[in-house]
Ligand binder design. Structure first.
Ligand code: DC
Length: 242
């Protein structure tokens, strides 16, 4: 009996147990995941979950409390104790607000300071296990398009659709620079590119749940593609899976 309980909680995801439909979208920073996943979720009528926002929230709270990002046990404890929620407005599929312990941190988690800190927080095993638990919990209640780095490999290895998006480093840096400027965050373009490349390296080379495509993921290079084309391609995969 105990063995069955351990197997279920450790290995089986809510999806495998017959829950919601999951569309996993993984890829490096600024590969187009967020825009594509949000547009897709709206188009096919699913919820959207930004798992990067959760790691960002943990990093933000660690900096606010003066906890060293390298302190494995304190960071693990912090990740288990924070409450992260996504607030939906009305019937909207897209959660516009990220809540950390009841406080709106949507803007605070998207600064260059958090960009630099988040990879260190995200490589911590205990932090990851707390976030994965919460991600499965949130997705168990509705069909969800989830974007991240390890959705298809770790969080939902049996996801109905798995996509891995890529784009050249130059194109990704360009997109991120435009996005930051639109939000009024002024940073030098080459500093943005350097930050992205460093983060990719940290995310891909970490020991726990490194950034990599699942073996059965469909890989799409979005460099020359429009958002519309990428969304249409994934929507077709979802149709086939339904
Ligand atoms: O998608 P993003 O740039 O907001 O992600 C922020 C960081 O969080 C990124 O450096 C990697 C990490 N992350 C992760 O390790 N696993 C996820 N599922 C999502 C994000």
């Amino acid at each position: 009996m105990i063995l069955a309980a351990i197997c279920l909680s450790d290995l089986q995801t809510p999806h495998i147990l017959g829950g919601s439909m999951i569309v996993a979208i993984d890829g490096p920073a600024a590969s187009g995941k967020s825009t594509v996943a949000k547009t897709l979720a709206t188009r096919i009528g699913m919820h959207y979950l930004d798992t990067g926002a959760m790691y960002r929230s943990v990093a933000l709270e660690a900096l606010a409390r003066g906890i060293s990002l390298d302190d494995e046990s304190a960071m693990g404890e912090l990740a288990r104790s924070v409450r992260i929620d996504f607030a939906y407005e009305g019937d909207a599929a897209i959660a516009t607000t990220v809540m950390l312990n009841g406080r709106d941190v949507s803007a605070d988690i998207r600064t260059p300071r958090i960009d630099d800190a988040v990879s260190v927080a995200a490589r911590n095993k205990a932090v990851r296990s707390a976030m994965v638990k919460r991600q499965r919990e949130i997705a168990s209640t509705s069909d969800t398009v989830m974007e991240g780095r390890d959705i298809g490999t770790v969080v939902f290895p049996d996801a109905d659709v798995k996509v891995f998006l890529t784009a050249s480093a130059d194109e990704r840096a360009r997109r991120r620079h435009v996005e930051l400027s639109e939000r009024g965050v002024e940073t030098a373009a080459d500093r943005v590119r350097e930050g992205l490349v460093n983060r990719d390296h940290a995310d891909s080379s970490r020991e726990t749940a490194p950034l990599r495509p699942a073996e059965d993921a469909i890989q799409l290079d979005t460099t020359g593609m429009t958002i519309h084309d990428v969304v249409a391609a994934i929507a077709a995969l979802v149709d086939d899976a339904r």
